[in-house]
Design a binder for this molecule. Structure first.
Ligand code: ADP
Length: 475
């Protein structure tokens, strides 16, 4: 990629072409640059090209696709500083978190580069002597994806890498709020040898329009979506007509549970990492805290001390732990949830000064009860409502009392409780004395209305493959 070799990725992406979709910095509201917008016809043409190109891509040996993906991984690592800078500019998260996302995002490419060589079928002992039976796995064809703004790189690589490894072609529509890093990682993929028609990034006139094309185009076989449960429902409904395969990674409402026998300092550390990463804008963020009444005051006091040390500001500044919220509307929604909790009887543990722009200081709310709106809704911001509980049975009832089932966390040092509670929680992922559970080697995904399918791990590639059964007779 000649352009990148002579310039930094940031200046390459943040160009002054004054057409297309404008992208802004959420910390400063400055205009960063523009990305190209495709018409409906252009998107349809891209799908046709992805369909033609997929035939050759799928004929490569897994090892050959693996080598290309390995080069893509290496290039992302090479450009880690540029990519992290770009992420902070368009998304707002602190630079250290952006670097962590670049590594996390790249880890899926490395993992699925390895998995590309291992898409094994199986032989099945036949029930009659004259037959032989086996299965092979084949790529589904053209896969498309719609991704959110909270992890603009990782949410793409977690889908693109298994799709490409499996032999699919892949078209992604990134969030309109954070498309720059999507185009940047695609440039690096082309430089690594991924054909342009095999990996495409598109932005359309509206998210709805692209969603309609992706769910109705006859050449598209698969849709993978990460975003809200509301939009997931729309896309699933639209996909029903063409019986398209869907993987959905939707909203969460994670309970974070602290038992009276827990290591409280470890629980506080876990709470800070889970609640305030990305300013609370992750789908596996702790959304509501349940703390046993015996340790309720101790936990809140220590949590408050830790929260008061967090520094709010522009993610590019040294020492900042919490960046801006993604939009002014996001800030208003979170403030409205705080207000409603206060009206319903919750109390702020520390008083916060109002902040300018899209910044919101972290808030801990105590005396929260199960019936408050802030408990049933996904907050997606730096607010920690804390509820007291008395016993395990009551706790499990409250923790499972939601339509969501993505992630849950609990802290305890009682080994029999570890098993009982882990099994009783109706969630796709459970962190036990740990709140940093995401990893390319483990299956990420939810149950209930938090989604369908798994990303990462060995299971992640199955989402992009069909199983074909072969039956040999007359032997
Ligand atoms: P969030 O509330 O976190 O922004 P959304 O579900 O609204 O989550 O957005 C996630 C992704 O879905 C974004 O890329 C957005 O542009 C896209 N999106 C939003 N509405 C629709 C829709 N009706 N059809 C297709 N995509 C959509």
């Amino acid at each position: 990629m000649h352009a990148i070799n002579n310039k930094s990725l940031v200046s390459f992406m943040v160009s002054d072409r004054e057409e297309g979709l404008a992208v802004y910095n959420p910390a400063t509201q400055e205009l960063l640059g523009y990305v190209p917008v495709s018409t409906e016809q252009e998107i349809s043409d891209k799908v046709s090209r992805a369909h033609s190109a997929q035939k050759d891509w799928s004929k490569l040996a897994g090892k050959q696709r693996s080598e290309i993906l390995q080069r893509w991984f290496q290039l992302i690592i090479e450009y880690q500083n540029d990519l992290a800078h770009l992420l902070t500019l368009e998304q707002g998260k602190p630079l250290a978190e952006s670097k962590a996302e670049v590594f996390y995002g790249a880890s899926f490419i490395e993992w699925f580069a390895e998995e590309a060589k291992r898409s094994y079928g199986e032989t099945i002992p036949a029930p009659t002597p004259s037959k032989r039976m086996l299965t092979i796995k084949q790529p589904v064809g053209v896969a498309c994806a719609i991704t959110p703004w909270n992890f603009p790189i990782a949410m793409i690589t977690r889908k693109a890498a298994p799709a490409l490894a499996a032999g699919c072609s892949f078209i992604v529509k990134p969030s309109e709020l954070t498309p720059l890093s999507a185009f940047a990682i695609a440039e690096l993929a082309y430089q690594a040898g991924v054909p342009q028609d095999i990996l495409q990034v598109v932005v359309g006139n509206s998210a709805e329009e692209v969603g309609r094309i992706f769910t109705s185009h006859p050449l598209i076989r698969k849709l993978s979506f990460t975003g809200s449960t509301r939009v997931g429902r729309i896309l699933m409904r639209q996909s029903a007509e063409g019986i398209k395969r869907t993987s959905l990674e939707l909203g969460g409402n994670a309970p974070f549970i602290v038992f009276d026998d827990a290591d409280i300092d470890a629980a506080v550390e876990g709470a800070i990492a889970s609640k305030f990463r990305n300013a609370g804008q992750t789908c596996i963020c702790a959304n509501r805290f349940y703390v046993h009444s015996k340790v309720y005051d101790e936990f809140i006091a220590k949590f408050d001390t830790a929260v008061n040390q967090l520094k709010l500001g522009n993610g590019l500044e040294e020492g900042v732990n919490i960046g801006p919220l993604i939009t002014p509307q996001a800030k208003q929604n979170i403030e409205a949830l705080i207000e409603s909790a206060l009206k319903q009887g919750a109390k702020k543990v520390s008083t916060q000064k109002p902040q300018k722009g899209q910044f919101l200081l972290p808030v801990i709310l105590r005396d929260v009860t199960q019936s408050m709106d802030i408990v049933s809704q996904e907050i997606f911001g730096p607010v920690a409502p804390v509820i007291a509980f008395e016993n395990e049975q009551q706790l499990i009832g409250m923790a499972n009392d939601t339509i969501h089932g993505l992630a849950a966390y609990f802290f305890t040092n009682n080994i029999s409780r570890v098993w009982k509670v882990a099994e009783a929680l109706e969630y796709g992922m459970v962190g036990i004395n740990d709140s940093m559970i995401s990893s390319e080697v483990a299956p990420f995904g939810g149950i209930k209305q938090s989604g369908i399918g798994r990303e990462g791990a060995r299971q992640g590639m199955d989402e992009y493959m069909d199983i074909k059964y072969l039956c040999f007779g007359g032997l």
